[in-house]
Design a protein around this ligand. Structure first.
Ligand SMILES: CCCCCCCCCC(=O)SCCNC(=O)CCNC(=O)[C@H](O)C(C)(C)COP(=O)(O)OP(=O)(O)OC[C@H]1O[C@@H](n2cnc3c(N)ncnc32)[C@H](O)[C@@H]1OP(=O)(O)O
Ligand SMILES: Nc1ncnc2c1ncn2[C@@H]1O[C@H](COP(=O)(O)OP(=O)(O)OP(=O)(O)O)[C@@H](O)[C@H]1O
Ligand SMILES: O=C(O)CCC(=O)C(=O)O
Ligand SMILES: [Fe+2]
Ligand SMILES: [Mg+2]
Length: 297
């Protein structure tokens, strides 16, 4: 693992480890198990958007620039699907040996898939709502320690600054969880898109250009976001946040996470009619074991 960087590109990592050359994971899986083909996830995503299948627990998000009356179920209206833990096809992503072998370096052998997303960043309408403000994913999570949590984020196509790649502030995983709130953006902000208000403007920014099938593994304290999608295409990535199953829940009442807790608890009620009452209960309900033994999550 390269030192001093809070993210690692899987293909690059394979080279560091003396493994196959760049692109190897996409084209020639070393494990001989499931072939890594983002295309299969895209086909299922499109079926979900057309409402041909309705997996339990799934949330379909749309960009704030699209009104409810304009909404028709199709791939162009859905900016993100969250919570695909009950969709066999998409959840296969979270069980891929090629992914888990790196996840295990951070979590150890008992691994939970805690948060799942397929992000379909829409072409920006001009209001800049396709941006994702700079944030730390730990803001959404009520479990610790943060070092035993890792996000795997896989590009389903070529991603660069033109279609809104990830932008990261290297080294920020050594810091603490910062307060988050809605950014003051004129064109509107998507629900729950909290950002860090007072980040260091002089921090080095790294724009993570990725090829189809590339995966980055990053720490939940790493400050990151993504820019506007200036192309006509919908930029796709699939991701899962994994955690060691012996992580412990914390109570976020009285902390900077209290506001997001309320938003998520309210949304969970609106979508599923579930009275969870706390972030802890939301994640106890969503989390799925993918390897080893379920302990405290
Ligand atoms: C259960 C666990 C959840 C875990 C969350 C972990 C977070 C991980 C990191 C993130 O992904 S954070 C960002 C996630 N946010 C999004 O992707 C945007 C989500 N928001 C939406 O897609 C819609 O707001 C939503 C589908 C949830 C609500 O749609 P509804 O059909 O229930 O709302 P409706 O159409 O009745 O509109 C209600 C109001 O919301 C507004 N609205 C619509 N889409 C919106 C949107 N995207 N963001 C904000 N507001 C939105 C809409 O204009 C309207 O405003 P008014 O009341 O003033 O008329
Ligand atoms: N939970 C995590 N998720 C993703 N990457 C992580 C995680 N924990 C550590 N890393 C990354 O793994 C590598 C080794 O981590 P480590 O904590 O040893 O940091 P380091 O950058 O090597 O600094 P140090 O000098 O403190 O060892 C670093 O690149 C770090 O960014
Ligand atoms: O895909 C992106 O643009 C970034 C998404 C992200 O960071 C998140 O949802 O937490
Ligand atoms: Fe994030
Ligand atoms: Mg180290």
């Amino acid at each position: 693992m390269e030192r001093g960087r809070a993210y690692t590109r899987l293909n690059t990592l394979l080279q560091h480890l003396g493994g196959s050359s760049a692109g190897a994971v996409t084209a020639h899986p070393t494990s001989g198990a499931a072939k890594f083909q983002p295309q299969q996830f895209q086909v299922q995503f499109e079926r979900i958007c057309r409402e041909e299948v309705k997996p339990l627990g799934l949330m379909l998000m749309r960009d704030v620039s699209i009104g409810k009356s304009e909404y028709v179920p199709c791939e162009k209206m859905v900016s993100k699907v969250q919570n695909f833990q009950e969709d066999k096809e998409l959840f296969r992503y979270c069980t891929l040996p090629e992914i888990l072998k790196y996840v295990e370096c951070f979590t150890g052998p008992n691994i939970m898939a805690m948060h799942t997303m397929l992000i379909n960043k829409p072409p920006d309408t001009g209001k800049k709502t396709s941006r994702h403000p700079l944030h730390q994913d730990l803001h959404y999570f009520p479990f610790r320690p943060s070092n035993n949590i890792v996000c795997a984020w896989t590009a389903m196509e070529h991603i660069d600054r033109k279609n809104g790649c990830l932008v990261v502030f290297p080294g920020t995983h050594k810091g603490t969880l910062k307060p988050h709130d809605y950014p003051q953006w004129d064109g509107g902000v998507n629900l729950m898109f909290h950002g860090i208000q007072d980040y260091d403007k002089n921090n080095t920014r790294v724009y993570v250009t990725m090829e189809k099938g590339d995966t980055v593994f990053f720490h939940p304290l790493l400050i990151h976001g993504s820019g506007r999608n200036k192309t006509e295409g919908f930029r796709k990535a699939i991701s899962c946040h994994f955690a060691a199953s012996d992580c412990k829940y914390i109570d976020v009442k009285g902390t900077s996470q209290e506001k997001i807790e309320k938003e998520i608890v309210d949304l969970t009620h609106k979508f599923y009619g579930l009275e969870t009452g706390s972030l802890k209960n939301v994640w106890t309900w969503k989390g799925r074991l993918v390897k080893g033994e379920r302990i405290s999550l």
